[in-house]
Design a protein around this ligand. Structure first.
Ligand code: PEP
Length: 230
């Protein structure tokens, strides 16, 4: 593999899609096809309404899949109607996608808000996966997993050029990499089974955040298959 030993993160972001029945169908199809390999980190991020059922199905099947959320509250538990506090989610999820451009655009989420969410995640042992839209998006302290997701590439079928994504990842690592351990940078934006290899072969990239292509079990299995060959 180019870039030496590294993890390959494949993170399915279902956005606001799938009933519980559809979610369970996906887990039953994808779960048995994910190889058990320490460096292959497959994560599914369903809607909040599906989280506990998906988590149960993954556990019962003993599938090597982690469960994540697509967001969490910037506040502790309390009078915050509609919010999901990190301390309530921590039994269900290992990871949380934070600062996605769809949240920034549709819910006016600011960099300050993202930083508060990261703090809540870290306090509760949840890995924050912070989405940055470019090399200048702030990466809050303590964050070791970042997804570079240029807005033009999200859901458009127009992915960034792998070499460019690699260069952005390099800049992010230089700017934000903690002295020990390093920063892991993923690419997200119109990734499919056809183009995933071009991204994960880049030395500064270690996986992908995948939206549309993750919804279809067969397509996601193909993506996992492409990465399993490396
Ligand atoms: C995303 O929403 O994080 C994403 C990368 O979407 P898509 O793969 O559909 O571009």
């Amino acid at each position: 593999m180019d870039g030496g030993d590294k993890n390959i993160w494949l993170i399915a972001n279902w956005k606001s899609n799938k009933t519980i029945a559809e979610a369970l169908d996906w887990v039953s199809k994808v779960g048995p096809k994910v190889p058990k390999r320490d460096d292959l980190k497959v994560v599914v991020c369903p809607t909040f309404s599906c989280l506990s059922e998906v988590k149960k199905a993954v556990q019962v099947g003993n599938f090597p899949i982690m469960v994540g959320s697509q967001d969490l509250s910037p506040f502790e538990v309390g009078a915050y109607t509609g919010e999901e506090a990190a301390s309530l989610l921590k039994g269900l999820v290992l990871i949380s996608i934070l600062g996605h451009s769809e949240r920034r655009q549709n819910f006016s989420e600011s960099d300050e808000m993202v930083a508060k969410k990261v703090e809540q995640a870290l306090q509760n042992g949840i890995i924050p996966l912070v989405c940055v839209q470019g090399p200048d998006t702030p990466v809050p302290d303590g964050c070791k997993l970042v997804a570079y997701e240029p807005v033009f590439a999200i859901g458009t079928g127009n992915p960034d050029i792998p070499e460019n994504a690699n260069n952005v990842a390099k800049v992010l690592k230089e700017k934000h990499g903690p002295p020990a351990g390093g920063l892991e940078v993923l690419y997200g934006g119109s990734v499919t089974s056809e183009n995933i290899k071009n991204f994960i072969n880049m030395p500064n990239l270690c996986g992908s955040l995948i939206g549309n292509a993750s919804l279809d079990a067969e397509e996601f299995i193909k993506i996992v298959g492409e990465c399993s060959k490396l």
